[in-house]
Design a protein around this ligand. Sequence first.
Ligand SMILES: *Cc1c(COP(=O)(O)O)cnc(C)c1O
Length: 341
Amino acid sequence: MNTIRHDFRSDTVTRPSQAMRAAMARAEVGDDVFGDDPTVNRLEGHMAAMLGKQAALFVPSGTQSNLLALMSHCGRGDEFIAGQEAHCYRFEAGGAAVLGSIQPQPIAHLPDGTMALAEIEGAIKSADSHFARTRAIALENTFGGRALPMDYMQAVADLGRRHGLGLHLDGARAFNACLALGVTIRDLAAPFDTVSVCLSKGLGAPVGSVLVGGSELIETARRHRKMLGGGMRQAGILAAAGLHALEHNVALLEEDHRRARVLAEGLARHQALAVTMPDTNIVWVDMEATLGARLGAALAAQGIGVSGIQGRQRWVTHLDVGDADVAAALAAVERFFSESG
Ligand SMILES: *Cc1c(COP(=O)(O)O)cnc(C)c1O
């Protein structure tokens, strides 16, 4: 039983609002594997147009969306370059290697979350039968809640183009990145061949991501989606939630970012906590490991959910946390420190 009343673990914990549920209930549907679902088609058309690409594909998860992108850019024995901490390398159960026979080439991150261009270039293999063929570079934005600058993404894309590589953006939180960078999602997507966007994080839909890109890549991805068991039938019910989220919830991300700053400033008042000021909706808090365990337990006992491993906590704001939740969390942290001296 979940006893969390103020849930800062992730922006995936949002539950669909009454209005979103009503939009889902009203959705016109058909069999999407036959291409017959008008609501899925509307969502895909809308996303493609918004990102300035030819086509889009509605998929069950961000993990599947990234995998489909990598499998569309790369074939068996090919290689993709991604950050050591990139979701598509680190947090997707090795899917590209297991299911796509694609070798990852991870690159270390600099302290600002980017990868050095020279490191990326140095990892691109020459045409030699000893090597896997390097076929694609995957970037992620936001990356751990940090908004990576447009000129960096453009520079990586230019480098990739010079070497004939495909460019993928894991934009699970693309709209958060746009808000922090002050760019449109079309601008954000421009350097890339494929972009994956999650509807089920800050946007508040219960399920779904969209992979957007050129028509050929998306046709290949559609075939892989079927192969992986991701072809859904009357999925318009889910696409309707996504359309509702795009219409109503993108504008609310600003509130999440504001609340994350309030949270960060409140937490930073405690000397034992090293708080990284957030660009978007994710606040990282570092502390001594035993303190982390004690603080995490004290918060859990008061119904406050935070993710954390050892001395590192992650607090995420989203549609289902309001000002009162932030205030309750800060008060609980305050009590913890005043009681533990
Ligand atoms: C959450 C996330 C994903 C995967 O999304 P799921 O829908 O949970 O599979 C991919 N990339 C990033 C950066 C994410 O944060």
